[in-house]
Design a protein around this ligand. Structure first.
Ligand code: SER
Length: 312
């Protein structure tokens, strides 16, 4: 693995759904003393070295990067799709300002690598829906999606113009039992497990047959480490990589849960998030990630459901 004992890693948004698991994985790889976790809210002691930081404060990021001689930044701060639709301009502001704060700090202090997540939200109703290709039409209809397309293009620009090594993944809906998701359209696929075990019923905010690409968090973290450990010359796409593992509908997920909890029942009350889901793909073609840096998912619908039932 490409790693240097002088690496110091900075995570922004380390208290979120991805950050909570990524900080553990990075501490494991680099050593807990090499990882600085930051979040706008104080992190638990178990997070190791941590700092309260508002990612809108560019000077504070820059100062931390300088002081700690940071070599890698993992920038996970964002307002997700559903929340962003309720406050479009502040969400755009947060998603883009924090992105540029990180780019600026990286430029100033010669940070070696940056990770910034993109999303299936970059796609829109004019994108091919099945096995969506790596390079395709990007006309998202959500503020979150627009901010991710903008960030992808800026990443590509920054790589070329400023020689910044920014790497990115278009995460599908992420499913985990450690930390809750933060206001996305795919959150139902996590909530459903909590409600299934607590009450035995769930009302889905997406209709029965809404198919979306999804991934168990363990696969998403492994993809992130694989991408970040790959030699720079293997990174052929400087926008963001498609990655894929499973796709299912709420009805199919309910059936898979019923194999463990036979009395579980689901009902449907689609809300504004249905339109967002309807604009996103059914499934993703990740052949570029497989070819360029050896990506391969491990979890199936069945093994993901087993993990969730066991740990929620
Ligand atoms: N899970 C995210 C969302 O629904 C997609 O990136 O917003």
């Amino acid at each position: 693995m490409a790693q240097n004992k002088n690496d110091t890693l900075l995570i922004l948004g380390a208290g979120g759904q991805i950050g909570t698991e990524l900080r553990v994985a990075l501490s494991h790889q680099f050593g807990a003393d090499r990882v600085i976790s930051t979040d706008i809210h104080p992190l638990p002691e178990s997070a190791g070295r941590s700092v309260v930081l508002n990612a809108l404060d560019g000077a504070a990021i820059s100062e931390l990067v300088r002081k700690e001689k940071v070599t890698q930044i993992y920038h996970l701060v964002a307002t997700l799709s559903a929340t962003a639709e309720k406050a479009p301009l502040p969400s755009w502001d947060l998603n883009m300002k924090t992105f540029f704060n990180v780019v600026e700090a990286a430029k100033q202090h010669r940070v070696q690598k940056i990770f910034w997540p993109s999303s299936i939200a970059v796609f829109g109703p004019t994108t091919p829906r099945d096995h969506t290709p790596q390079q395709t039409i990007l006309e998202p209809t959500t503020v979150y999606g627009i901010s991710k397309v903008a960030g992808e293009l800026w990443s590509q620009y920054a790589a070329k113009a400023w020689n910044l090594d920014i790497r990115s993944l278009r995460y599908p809906g992420l499913i985990s039992h450690t930390a809750p998701p933060g206001g996305g359209t795919t959150d139902y696929a996590v909530d459903i497990f909590h409600q299934a075990k607590k009450t035995g019923t769930y009302t889905s905010f997406l209709s029965a047959d809404t198919r979306l690409p999804m991934m168990f968090m363990e696969d998403a973290i492994r993809a992130t480490l694989l991408l970040m450990n790959a030699p720079a010359e293997d990174i052929k796409h400087r926008t963001s990589y498609n990655i894929s593992s499973i796709d299912f509908t709420p009805a199919e997920l309910a059936t898979a849960i019923q194999k463990h909890l036979p009395h579980f029942s689901i009902s449907y009350a689609p809300d504004f998030r249905q339109a967002i889901a309807d604009s996103w793909p059914n499934s993703i073609d990740d052949s570029a990630a497989r070819a360029d840096w050896g990506w391969e998912p491990r979890f199936s619908l069945k093994s993901m459901v087993q993990e969730m039932i066991d740990h929620v």
